[in-house]
Design a protein around this ligand. Structure first.
Ligand code: NAI
Length: 683
């Protein structure tokens, strides 16, 4: 786990704890012992800490968080490192995240390879860096940068780290250990070694201008709404500025201790593990051969096609786009370029990277142009007839072995696959809008999808930075099928007397970024609506007929001003009241609790059916879908984890009481019933 290699006067201490060099209890012990020996050995003048394998220490052992352990704890180990009389150098490659970076912050010097990434990602687990990270990082890089790194949890590149003095030297990937040893030798004769905990110079700005904390709070409020950890991170950094180091450490500890046992952190850790588990397909052996994907084809470059293309272009895979008419193609290509340029103007990409991505893009009006592609993704209109026609053509032109994918959001993939002579090659890749941004990918397996094709899709999803979840075939797959339940109840609630803004508010208070009516206004009420066939049979029909088609027409369920600020609409209220009266609804006061139960309990019930039918592999996959694709607040862990938390018996009782009033659509699924009766859980 730890080995010590003398290189002249420099002792190289190497950790090897696959897969990610997590700082487990055993590793901390072994590292502490190795440091003690090096400290005591008069032949040793300097110490280099580095790691074998994929990267530097990836952080604490998350599975062991909150459990008791024997010394040294991580803060104690880091204190020992910092207190060493001999210079200690962290030699970083790969990722140095969380506790890993905290170890490096305790070292006197840090050297990293060009490809390394450094970050304090604890906030993503509902925690804060609890081993001195909130106290040492601001002392090294200044409060402003520390706030941003700790509160967003996003890592920085080694180049950025050098720019902010987080590291002392940047080296080529293949010369890390050699350079670190040379660097260590240079430091042996120095009389004193920089200890992060002793520095105060970088805190000066915040001492002069303590209002910077409130400005930062204000800036991030929208993104962190509902989450407890970001505020705790800020408080800990404030303590770094206001208090002596030891007191700041105590404050960090106390804040950490309350987060680690909180429901929010438990929920966020559940999501963290759930995302990793989702990548596993239970019935596919790990060794199944993968299909090499060197070129991707896309059919249709509307809202989805362009965004899908960007995922592959951005990682260097050439893409060929096929459209049915030149105007649509031109529009699609222009949108891709505009999106890249916007990313460049925000500093997320360099001009060169934009040019490189665009140079990998080819286009055509002839589907034959896709003959060489290893993967072809269809993103044409959501119509079975149109899609079947496209797949018949793809079957004729695609090379043998190519994967043929559909981006359908609810159609029967088996019927699409049946149009080809190679149903094993057909798979669903359900991207979410905007496809270049949203992390979720539902990978849909038909009755005949091949194991290699499925395994390849899961690997590829990871390469393009998506969280993939496997779904079987059913209308709407996992996410949209559950969304259907929520939408239905939302519509009923406004007929029964709740206002759209009441319904939205209940969900935003719960932690969603927006409610169902705000979402409809954003997406456009006229998706799938046609004036010619509209018969005023729903609120949506009535609104679209009055040209209230959502944000794009400045009015939908809400009225919008020129800054897209929404206000409740009196016109909508009277449209709803009139329509409800014509359908014999008598308006009543509906409590927030009823609104919440009516919206969410049927989703849990549907989730249980999805599990029962084997559409989802596991309950945690459903949580991953909703957290990453539909804005379900991660701090509640996703729908199924949330249901476990409030108790399945409570959910069943709620569904039963709604069933007594509203009928069979609330009938409890067998699986949910069984689990509730046995005091069981989904997760
Ligand atoms: P869209 O209407 O914006 O784009 C469809 C494009 O396909 C158009 O540019 C059209 O010219 C082109 N097209 C139609 N037939 C074609 C053919 N035979 N050959 C080549 N090009 C053809 O539609 P959108 O929104 O991009 O949806 C595409 C698919 O993605 C649908 O299956 C939809 O259900 C699915 N989807 C849409 C989402 C959304 O939020 N818009 C989210 C997830 C999936």
């Amino acid at each position: 786990m730890i080995r010590s290699e003398p290189h002249g006067e420099v002792m190289l201490v190497v950790a090897d704890n696959p897969p990610v060099n997590a700082l487990s209890q055993e590793l901390r012990h072994a590292l502490g012992d190795a440091l003690d020996r090096a400290e005591a050995d008069p032949a040793v003048g300097a110490i280099v800490i580095c790691c074998d394998g994929r990267g530097f220490f990836a952080g604490a052992d998350i599975g062991a968080l909150g459990k008791s352990s024997t010394p040294p704890s991580l803060p104690q180990l880091i204190e020992k490192i910092e207190g060493s009389q001999k210079p200690v150098i962290a030699a970083i490659h790969g990722n140095a995240l969380g506790g890993g970076l905290e170890v490096a912050l305790g070292c006197h010097y840090r050297i990293a390879t060009r490809s390394a990434k450094l970050g304090l990602s604890e906030v993503k687990l509902g925690l804060l860096p609890g081993a001195g990270g909130t106290q040492r990082l601001p002392r090294l890089v200044g409060v402003e940068k520390a706030l941003s790194m700790i509160v967003t949890g996003e890592p920085v590149t080694a180049t950025d780290a050098l720019g902010m003095d987080l590291i002392d030297r940047l080296v080529d990937d293949d010369s890390l250990v050699r350079e670190a040893i040379l660097f260590a030798r240079e430091r042996i004769s120095a009389r004193d070694h920089p200890r992060s905990s002793l520095r105060t110079d970088r805190l000066a700005d915040a001492v002069r201008d303590p209002a910077m904390f409130d400005r930062f709070r204000h800036e991030i409020a929208g993104k962190t709404r509902g989450f407890a950890a970001p505020e705790a991170c800020i408080k800990a950094i404030e303590a770094a500025v206001k208090l002596p180091f030891a007191d700041g450490m105590a404050r960090e500890r106390a804040l950490f201790a309350s987060l680690v046992k909180s429901d929010q952190s438990r929920a966020q850790r559940h999501v963290f593990f759930a995302e990793r588990t989702a990548a596993k397909v239970d019935d596919i052996p790990p060794g199944v051969p993968r299909i090499p994907i060197a070129g991707v084809g896309i059919v249709g470059t509307g809202t989805m096609g362009g965004g899908i293309a960007m995922n592959f272009l951005s990682i260097g895979i050439p893409v060929t786009i096929v459209e049915r008419e030149q105007a649509a193609l031109d529009r699609g290509l222009a949108t891709i370029r505009r999106n890249y340029e916007r990313a460049a103007s925000r500093g997320r990409l360099s001009g060169e990277e934009v040019d490189k991505a665009m140079s990998l893009l080819a286009s055509s009006l002839a589907i034959e142009a896709l003959a060489d592609c290893d993967l072809i993704i269809e993103a044409v209109f959501e119509s079975m007839a149109v899609k079947q026609e496209v797949f018949r053509k793809l079957d004729a032109v695609a090379k043998p072995g190519a994967i043929l994918a559909s981006n359908t959001s609810r159609l029967d993939l088996n019927e699409i696959a049946a149009q080809t002579g190679r149903p094993e090659a057909v798979i669903g890749l359900h991207f979410f809008s905007p496809a270049n941004v949203m992390r979720l990918l539902e990978v849909v397996r038909s009755a005949k999808t091949g194991a290699s094709q499925l395994a390849t899709a899961m690997d590829l999803a990871k390469r393009i930075g998506k969280v993939a979840v496997v779904s079987g075939v059913c209308p709407g797959f996992i996410g949209n099928r559950m969304l259907g339940q929520r939408s239905r109840q939302a519509q009923l609630l406004i007929l029964e007397g709740a206002k759209p803004w009441d319904v939205d508010r209940v969900l935003t208070n719960f932690g969603f970024p927006m409610g169902p009516f705000q979402m409809s206004d954003l997406a456009g009420l006229d998706l799938g609506w046609r004036r010619e066939s509209s018969k005023g049979e729903s609120i949506r029909d009535l609104l679209c007929e009055r040209d209230r088609r959502g944000q794009k027409t400045s009015k939908g369920y809400y009225d919008y001003d020129s800054n897209r600020m929404a206000t409740p609409s009196a016109e909508v209220e009277s449209i709803i009241a009139e329509f409800a009266a014509s359908r014999r609804y008598r308006p009543r006061q509906i409590s927030e609790q009823e609104i919440l139960e009516r919206l969410l309990y049927p989703m849990i019930n549907e989730g249980a059916k999805i599990l029962e039918e084997g559409i989802a592999q596991r309950a945690s996959d459903i949580d991953v879908v909703w957290v990453n694709g539909y804005g379900w607040p991660a701090f509640t862990g996703g729908p199924m984890f949330w249901a476990d938390g409030i108790n399945l018996q409570t959910i069943v009782a709620g569904l039963q009481s709604h069933q007594a009033r509203f009928g069979a659509e609330f009938a409890v699924s067998q699986l949910l019933q069984r689990k509730a009766s046995n005091a069981g859980r989904f997760n």
